[in-house]
Write a protein that binds this ligand. Structure first.
Ligand code: CTP
Length: 422
């Protein structure tokens, strides 16, 4: 199976009235430079923050705002109908509320209501607004309808305050759009493979139908005190791509996500965990029900022996702070030792080894120790492997043979890895 090709798509970007609107200009630019046809639908409030000429110059298309312009072309529905994907960035609490309620009192509301395209929302607001029960409920409702979210992240907000509510970084928004395009293209390709007569969604490409797939993704966090943790740089992208690829291919997928930084397609059961011990419990509860287990999560090998119940203060800790760490359970090894009947187990190895032969030797040792059926090895470093859209992997079997070597988008690699398990 080859990776889906996305080509040039019609991407509608809804820009709403938040100060973070200026950051979306760089999102538009990257999408246009990636070859996509980008159409901005801005609210009146958005144009108080960024000028229409800027949005038009960067998107290379006319910017639409007014519900009563272009009535002869029925523009209030035409833009949404033509869209392959809609991104709303920044999305204010007000826009999210309107979208949840299906309110269409401006062009963006109409566009969203008239579209069947996948929707990605990048919220930006003050922490109090993001945590307000109304916003929490609206986001949950939209998620349940298949709308995806990227961010908000924690950080400096417009004033002196900081906390969750900051717009996700533009590069991460672009990466989430591109990932969503890939998922959608894969779904379309699967649907296109089905004869029109029995075009139940994606029936023919369902080579994982009937399989129960358990995927872990993300990076665990080990608390030091109420505000600090030891963590790693895994975003969860590769694991989420595997879960989404398996879902598209008909599997019943459970994803145990540790602090995921990327949205997950609807239709996948997501269990959220934070630490390695939580991940271990969730895996041991779910594993007996899985035919295929893919351990893509980056699990902390150690955790602090004690967690301070109050913030560790430097006045008390002094010039040097020693942390005592204890070993976490090796989840993958335990799965290998208690494997269910006909259960297939895929492990991951993230290595910083630069030499190719040494990398393969490390991987051979690791697959023997872990007792899994396949080991997906990728090289990681300060700027490779984590958080990136593309990846390069090799896969070895218990005999130590390299059974696959590939580079490409994380979704295309996800399909290549799953091909080995069919
Ligand atoms: N893993 C796990 N439990 C742990 C650590 C890792 O299940 N406590 C899993 C990971 O999900 C991955 C595989 O083991 O599938 C390899 O993880 P990696 O971090 O590369 O290896 P380590 O076990 O940490 O070994 P080393 O310290 O030698 O790198």
């Amino acid at each position: 199976m080859t990776g889906p090709s996305s080509g040039s798509l019609n991407i509608v970007v809804g820009v709403t009235g938040g100060i973070a609107a200026y950051k979306v200009v760089s999102v538009l630019r990257t999408l246009v430079l990636s070859g996509h046809d980008v159409h901005v639908v801005a609210t009146d409030a958005a144009l108080r923050f960024v000028g229409k000429p800027t949005l038009e110059a960067i998107s290379r298309n006319v910017v639409n705002t007014d519900l009563y312009e272009g009535v002869s072309q029925v523009r209030h529905v035409a833009i949404g109908q033509a869209a392959d994907l809609i991104l709303v960035a920044p999305a204010t609490a007000n826009t999210i509320a309107k979208l949840a309620a299906g309110i269409a009192d401006d062009l963006l509301g109409n566009t969203l209501l008239a579209s069947r395209a996948p929707v990605l929302i990048a919220p930006a607001m003050h922490t109090e607004m993001w945590h307000n029960p109304a916003t929490v409920a609206n986001v949950a409702l939209l998620r349940s309808r298949g709308v995806r979210f990227i961010g908000p992240i924690s950080g400096q907000l417009t004033g002196d305050d900081s906390g969750p509510g900051r717009l996700a970084e533009p590069d991460d928004i672009v990466a989430a759009v591109l990932a969503l395009i890939e998922v959608t293209s894969a779904e379309r390709a699967a649907a296109a493979a089905v004869p029109v007569a029995d075009a139940v969604p994606a029936a023919a490409a369902q080579d994982l139908a009937g399989r129960r797939v358990l995927v872990t993704a993300g990076g665990t966090r080990e608390a030091l005190d109420p505000v600090r943790f030891l963590g790693n740089r895994s975003s969860g992208r590769q694991g989420v791509a595997i879960a989404e690829a398996a879902h598209v291919r008909g599997a019943a997928v459970t994803l145990i996500g540790a602090n995921l930084e990327v949205p997950v397609a609807s239709g996948i059961t997501v269990i959220s965990v934070v630490s390695a011990t939580e991940l271990a419990s969730a895996v041991s509860a779910a594993a007996p029900h899985a035919d295929l287990i893919v351990m893509a999560a980056a699990v902390a090998d150690y955790r602090p022996e004690t967690i301070a119940d109050r913030k560790i203060k430097k006045d008390t800790a002094g010039d040097r702070l020693t942390l005592n760490l204890v070993k976490n359970p090796d989840i993958l090894m335990a799965l290998g030792q208690n494997r269910g009947q006909n259960q297939l187990i895929v492990g991951f190895a993230a290595e910083t080894e630069a030499d190719d032969d040494a990398l393969v030797q490390l991987a051979r040792g690791k697959i023997r120790r872990k007792g899994c059926d396949l080991l997906v090895v990728n090289r990681v470093g300060w700027s490779t492997g984590f958080s990136t859209v593309d990846n390069a992997v090799l896969v070895i079997n218990p005999a130590g043979d390299i059974v696959m070597e590939a580079a490409g988008s994380k979704l295309s690699l996800a399909h290549r890895i799953l091909d080995l398990t069919v």
